[in-house]
Structures are given as C-alpha cells and as structure tokens.
Unconditional design. Structure first.
Length: 568
RNA sequence: UGUCCGAUGGUGUAAUUGGCAACACAUCUGAUUUUGGUUCAGAAGAGUCCAGGUUCGAGCCCUGGUCGGACAACCA
C-alpha cells in the first residue's frame, strides 16, 4: 500500500471542537457556515497562550472554509490602550493570520448594546439598582448560599427607563447606579444572580471618547457582539464555562428567528512549564523592570518570542502539536523548543561564531598566507549553497573547546591532541601560553596541509574525534551576543502558595557577551535574520538594537547537547 | 456544604457505530556524521482515578464514590 493511499484511508482524528463543528455542518446548522473570532481585551500584550487561541480560531475557520474576525473587547476604558491594540494587530499578522475585513471593536456596538439594554428594561428583565457595591455583593450570597433580592428589583418600567436614561446622560457619579439583569437571586450559578450589565464610568474611551459614561459589562457585550458579527462558534477558555448560561440567557432575549445564533465552546488554556502566563504578572515584570519590556526576549509574549528569534511557523506547529481539550494541562517548554529547532534546523544558515574567543596560532602556516575555504550554508538544504570563509595563521576558537587536563571523552582540543577545524585542516596542539596569573592566553598549534577539507587526499579523510568552529582573527567581526536562558528556575513559578513567582527569577537568564567574534559574512545582516552558530545554537539579529558596525545577536535556543547533559 | 467541568505512560494528545491502548515531546541504547546538531535503528515506560454493573468483549455505556479545576470584580 502506498503512503498516499494510507493517508487518504486514515481519517485524521478530530479534537472535540472539530467534532462539534463537523456535526453542525452535517446538520446544516448555521447553513453549514463556520465563522470564528479572536476577541482579545487590549489591556496587555499577547502571549503564547493567546497564540494557542489564535491558531485554534483562525485554524478552525481555515479548515472549514470559514472566516475569522479580530475583535477588540474594549468595554473597560480604565485598562485599555491603543498601544495594546496596535501590538495585538501586529502580533496576529506576524503569526501569519488574516482577519476578515477591518478589525472589529465591541465599542462599535455600544449604540446597539444600549438599545438592547432598553429592550430588556421594557420587557421587565432589567432594572436599575441604587445600592452600593458593598450592599450588592453582600446580597449576592455565596456559591453554597442563595442571594437575596434587591429592594429596587421591582421598580416600574418607567422608573427604570428614566433612571437608565439619566445614567447615560451623566447625572450620576461612578457607582451610584447600576443596571442589572433580572434573573434569579437563588440560582446555583453565581452569574445568574441578577448580574450587573451596565455600570457608570466617567472615563474617556480610546475609541468613543466621551460619548459614553456608561459601559456594558463583558457578559452583556460578548455574546451580542458574536451575534452581531454572525459568529457561529464562539471559542473561549474554560473560565467562561460558568458564564455560558448567561450568554445563552441574553441571546434568548434578543434573538430574532432566522438569524445565525452563536454557540460558546470552551477549551483548556495553555500552561507552559517554567513560564508564567498571567497578563497581570507579565505586566508586573515590565513595570518592575525585571525585564526590559513586553518584547524582552525572555517574555512568553508573542513579541518577546519573536525578538528572541522564534519563527511564526514554529509557534503554529507548536499549537498544532499540543492539541486542544478540556482538562488542565502543563506543556513541557521542551515541546516549544523542539518545534523551534525543528524549523530552524531546516531553514537557518550555518555560520561560525566564537562567543568566548581564545587565540590560536598555527605556527607552521605561513604568515603572509590566506585562503578562502568553501563551506556549505546548510547541510539540510543543498539549495542554500556555499560560501567562502577566510582562513589564516591566527584564528579564534571557543575557550570551552580547549582543556588542559581533558577527560578521556573530551573530543576537543587538549595538549598534544588533534582536532579538525571545520571546513579547514586538522591541527595539533603543541603549546599552551599563559599569563603571569596562569590564565591561558593563547594556543600554539601545527597544521597538516594535506588534510584540507574536501581536497580528497587520504590525509583529508582521516578521522579525528572532534571538529571545532573557528574564525580568522584578521577577518572576524566583533559582535555582542545576548545569551538568554529561561526566566524562571522553577517548573511552576506561580504554583507555590507560600512563595512569590518572583522568587524564582533566574539570575542567569541573560548573559551579555561583548567581545564575540563572528565570521565576516555576517557584516550586513538584516534585523531578525536567523542563523545557526555552528555547534552552539540558533541566534538571531536583534531587531531593535543591532546596527551595522554594532551587531547584536540573541541566542534563541541552544543546540541539543548530549555532551553537557552527560556531564551533569 | 452548592453548580459546572475534568480524570489515559513523566508530559501532552489519540483510540468516531464497545474489538489487541496509538502518536508526539522527554528519557535511555546503538549506528551514521567534518556540528557531541541532524538523520536512522531500537528500548523502556500506561492496562486507562476507584468500586460495582451491562456485555462474548468496556478507556468508551450505566450506578456510586475519590481526586483535581472553575465560579461569590461596578475585570475580561
């Protein structure tokens, strides 16, 4: 049986949301259409957890020939800002998704929402309450005890209408009046105990300015926005599960026969080991200057991952790999790193860079001689071609690649030992030069001219245990390399009752290396371009700080390293 | 002493009319390798939260438990 046959015969397994959608399509629900939305609140930057949701929502629409809206859920002017709106649009685009038409805003629907509130009042399903927040919350009861009804619950429609109009007109101060849905104060679901649907907020809104001084609550805006936009499947995270009865209740009171009616479906949010995902805590890291900003390469934000050197494709692949379900989950951050390496391995050009330079002189190599050696750009992809690298008598190698008293399994350079210089010659270490304090300052080696890589000679085919990367001292370019590591030392930084997540910040999450030497082909690299520094890891050109003549590279992720692992 | 949701190797996700628990990550071998990378070959690791029941047969259906999560913002 051919693989082709196999693929067509094996049905791809569906996640629970896809199952629901396929069932809906089969039943001709919503005319078989699939229309999703991604509805962030513009009160912070998007993170990898949002990426899961973005890939899910846009991906669902893609698989079922549907469309996806980007909608900003901007009903709380106290927390929301345009800076966040802009960053969110950029991040979604960067991830590779296109929303339908212009981005939508819940604030676009404030007029309609107001009308619907009036309708609810007119039909006797909403009332204005004059009580203080404290009183209202006291009457709300607890999950195990029913609430009690507000003394204003049975006001006349006329009085409610008058009061609500005056709320809108700014006759009251913040908190003096509130509009509530009249549902059931004894409901076992707290959200059904006459939830607040409109509050007074004398605060300028980033889009509607000072037009409104009353703003709808999430529950009185989200479902209606879905409905207005003809969203068929409103996919959100599990914490909104208990809101679903209210979502449905509101729709029941506004729904017009024959229109598309959205359904809310909840999935479990992403948790990543060694990572925090709370927007509030991420904001705190930024405000406390524990990181340099929302796009600090150590942040799990999309802009942080991007600046770190992640590819959009690797994030999409990650989202696909982890799947979607309803149970709590913690994904090993290694899964994310794996999808990254997998992508970069195929796409990133190999270059030579020495992070901790140690001078090495090849004593039998003529002083005036120079060679240009051909080297492949990516062994995984021949079409990426080759380049020429200058070789000369004086080179730099990695300090870690030399050991004076080397253990048996150390396949690198040591006194009297041989090693191959990648794409060049086999050299032998003859002498170790030290300063007065005993620090190694230079290595003297000899090379065997017959061992030139690719020359085809018998000597060139000789096997030596180790191969080192190197750069010509004369031609190397200086660069700054920022070596990033995970931000937290604990698997679950915010999972400890007795300790703050900040207690687990990794003091070595960033090491700045100033005098690195990189090969000359890197002279004019574009910001964000990605490379594999041979034998070290994947690095990218920092999109903000790298300039011609002042190169800055970020370490995206190290190569897998079975040597250091073995030596732990 | 409430309502809703969930429970499958270390981690995640599958098992679609009930039919030998599969895949990925992680782990460990070995081979290849001018990257201690990649690739390749292989190993180990769960009997599906527990107890009953239905059935020739249950991860899947039924009953009762246990454990975990969410919910009491004029946040979303």
């Amino acid at each position: 049986m051919s693989t082709e046959n196999k693929e067509t015969e094996e049905k791809k397994s569906l996640n629970f949301i896809e199952s629901i959608i396929e069932e809906d399509i089969k039943n001709k629900k919503n005319n078989g259409e699939v229309y999703t939305r991604f509805p962030p609140e513009p009160n912070g930057y998007l993170h990898i957890g949002h990426a899961k949701s973005i890939c899910l929502n846009f991906g669902l629409a893609q698989s079922y020939n549907g469309k996806t809206n980007l909608r900003f859920d901007d009903t709380n002017p106290e927390k929301e800002e345009v800076e966040y709106v802009d960053s969110i649009k950029e991040d979604v685009n960067w991830l590779g998704f296109q929303w339908k038409d212009e981005p939508k805003f819940t604030s676009d629907y404030f007029d309609q929402l107001y009308e619907w509130a009036v309708k609810l009042i007119n039909t006797g399903f909403a009332y204005v309450d004059d009580q203080s927040p404290e009183e209202i919350s006291k009457q709300k009861g607890t999950p195990t005890q029913p609430g009690i009804e507000s003394p204003h619950r049975n006001r006349s429609v006329e009085e409610n209408l008058d009061l609500f109009t005056r709320m809108k007109n700014g006759e009251f101060k913040n908190g003096e009046r509130i509009l509530r849905a009249k549902i059931d104060m004894a409901s076992p679901n707290m959200h059904m105990r006459d939830p607040i649907i409109y509050r007074i907020l004398h605060k300028e809104h980033h889009r509607t300015g000072n037009k409104w001084c009353i703003y709808p609550m999430y529950d009185f805006a989200h479902g209606q926005s879905d409905y207005i936009e003809s969203i068929t499947h409103s996919v959100c995270t599990l914490e909104f599960e208990v809101h679903r009865p209210l979502y449905d209740w509101i729709l029941n009171h506004l729904y017009t026969e024959g229109t598309i009616r959205p359904t809310q479906i909840e999935f479990a949010r992403l948790n990543l080991s060694y990572t925090i995902m709370s927007k509030r805590k991420l904001l705190e890291l930024v405000q406390d200057e524990l990181v340099t900003g929302w796009d600090d390469p150590r942040m799990p934000t999309i802009s942080g991952l991007r600046r770190r050197g992640f590819t959009a494709a690797s994030i999409r692949k990650f989202a696909e790999t982890i799947g979607v379900a309803k149970r709590d989950n913690v994904i090993d951050v290694a899964v994310l790193e794996h999808s990254l390496r997998d992508d970069l391995n195929k796409t990133a050009a190999r270059v030579m860079a020495v992070l901790n330079p140690l001078k090495l002189v090849i004593t039998n190599y003529p002083e005036d001689k120079e060679e240009f050696l051909s080297i492949e750009n990516n062994p995984e992809d021949e079409t990426m071609g080759t380049r020429e690298m200058p070789f000369s008598r004086e080179i730099y190698i990695e300090r870690d690649d030399f050991m004076e008293d080397a253990p048996k399994k150390f396949f690198r350079l040591a006194p009297d030992k041989e090693v191959r210089l990648k794409a060049a010659y086999i050299i032998k270490c003859e002498e170790v030069i030290k300063d007065s304090e005993g620090n190694i300052t230079e290595l003297r080696c000899t090379y065997d001219p017959d061992t030139k890589s690719g020359s085809g000679t018998e000597a060139s085919k000789r096997k030596v245990k180790g191969t080192l990367h190197w750069v010509s001292a004369k031609y190397a370019i200086d660069a700054e390399v920022r070596v990033y590591d995970r931000l937290f030392t604990d698997e679950a930084p915010d999972g400890h009752k007795d300790k703050d997540y900040k207690d687990f910040i990794n003091p070595d999450s960033l090491k700045v290396l100033k005098n690195c030497k990189v090969e000359p082909s890197l002279k004019d690299v574009e910001p964000e371009s990605k490379f594999q520094f041979q034998r070290l890891g994947y690095f990218c050109v920092d999109r903000k700080d790298s300039k011609a003549g002042n190169l800055v590279f970020n370490r995206t992720v190290p190569l897998k390293d079975s040597w250091s692992k073995k030596n732990k």
